[in-house]
Design a protein around this ligand. Sequence first.
Ligand code: PLP
Length: 523
Amino acid sequence: MLNRQGRPTAAGEAGTNEHPTFTGNKALAQVEPLIFEIGRLDVTGVDLDEPAAFTPRLGGQERKDAINLPGLSEPEAMRHYVRLSQMNYGIDTGLFPLGSCTMKHNARLNERMARLPGFSDVHPLQPVSTVQGALELMKELAHYLMTLTGTKAVSLSPKAGAHGELCGMMAIKAAIEAKGEGKTRNVVLVPESAHGTNPATAALIGFVVKPVPARDDGWVHVDDVKKLLGPDVAAIMLTNPNTCGLFEPQVVEIAKALHDAGAYFYCDGANFNAIVGKARPGDLGIDAMHINLHKTFSTPHGGGGPGAGPVVLSDRLAPFAPVPFVREGKKGLELVEHESDAAEKPFGRMTAFHGQMGMYVRALAYMLSHGADGMKQASEDAVLNANYIRAGLSDLLSLPFGDKPCMHEVLFDDAWLKDSGVTTLDFAKAMIDEGYHPMTMYFPLVVHGAMLIEPTESESKSSLDLFIATLRDLAMAATSGNDKSRFTGAPYHSPRRRLDETRAARSPVLKWTPPAPIAEAAE
Ligand SMILES: *Cc1c(COP(=O)(O)O)cnc(C)c1O
C-alpha cells in the first residue's frame, strides 16, 4: 500500500495493524516522512526578494549550483516539527526510569529564569563590567556546590559529567606532576562496575587502568583496593552511591588507604542526587568529584546546549583548578582568564568560554526554590521511591545482591527470566508498547542482563503504582510461557519496530539518498 508520498505505508512495515489505514497514520499518531521526502525545492514559507546583482568576493570558490534545501510552506514546516516532537518520549510525557541518568522533572520555574534576557542573551565576549549579575550567579552557584559537597574549590566550566571527569583527573595529574611523581604514578584503579566514561577518561590522559574486582555483595572492599595500592597508583575513580544503587560502606576507609599511599580519590558524582543534604563527599575523603547539573540539579539533559559537569576539588587539588574562574577584584567580580593571572597553578583550560550559563541558572533556581530542607527531602524521596519499586517487584524480579535497601536506583538482573526465552532487551521493548521508556539495560556490566531503574523523587505514588503494576503484568506474562511473542516481537505499537541498534551505531547512514522511483524498484 502506498501513502500520500507514494511510499509504502508504515502499516505495511509494522505488519501488525489489524486495521491498516490508507495514510499509515493511526488516528492522532501520525506517520511523518523525512523532510527530504516531503520537501519541494520551489517552496518557501517566506517571501525573499531576488538578491541584487553583486560580485562575489570568494575568489571563485562560491557555489554555482542550487543548494537543494527541502522547502515547505509555513504550516507544513510547523506540522512536520510538531509531529516529530510528538514521536519523542521525554520526561514531560511520562515516567523515565533510566537508571544512572536521573531523569528528573525540569521545573518550569527554572526554564523561566533561564530565559530572562540578562541570562539568555549574555555573550561570552561582553565586557566584564556588563555581566556582573551573571558572574554573581556563578559565584553563588559555586558557593552552594562547595557547601553541599564540603569542598574548597569548584571548576564550573566542564560541559558534561565525562568532561568533568577529565577536568578532575587532569587536576590530579597536575598535582602528581607538581610533586615530581609524574613518571612513576601512572595507574588509576577503576571498579568493574564503573560507568564506561571512568576508564575512558583515565586512559585518554595516559593512565593505565587497573580494575578493582566486583564482589558478590555489590560493594568495593577496602582490602581489594589495598592489594592494588603502591607507589605507581595515582588515583581511584569510584562512584558513590555506586552504579549498583548501593552506598559504599567502606568509602571512608578506602579514602584513607589511598591518601596513606599518596594517591587521590576521584569520585564519580553522577549519583550525588541520592545524598544531597544528607552526606558531604568532602567529609568522606574525596579529592575531586564532578556533579552532573543535568542529573542532580534537574537541568534538562541536553536542553539549551550540552549538560554541565562542574567539578569540586579538595584543598589538595584546589591550586590546580583550571581557568577561567570568578574572583573578587577591585572593580567588582572578575574572570580570571589566563593562568599567569592566577595566584595558584591552574593546569590549563577546559573550554573556550565559561561553561553553560543556562544550566547554571536552572541549577541555582532549583537549589533556591527547594532550599536546604527541600533538597534533603528530594534525596530522601528519590531513595524512598526506588525502594518502593524494589519492594513492589522483588517477589517477581531477581535482585543480584540480595534484598537489601537500595539508594536512589534499584538494580535487577535477568536470573528471573531464565528459561523463559525472553531477554532483558525483549522485556524493555515490551515496556515501550506499554508507553514507558525502558530502564537502563545491561549496565552495570557486573550484573547479568542488568535492569537499572531510577524513578527519581519527581514521581507521585500513583505514578509509581501504575509503573509497578505494569511491570508486574509484564513479568508474569514473560514467565508464564504463554505470551512470548508479546516480548520477542515488541515493540508493536511504536512508529518503528525493532531496529538493528548495533548496526545503526556502527554504520550510521548519515546522508539521505533519494529512493529509486517506485516503478524502477519494482522491476
Ligand atoms: C551520566 C554518568 C556519567 C557521565 O555523565 P555525562 O554528563 O553523560 O557525560 C558518568 N558516570 C556515571 C555513573 C553516570 O551516570
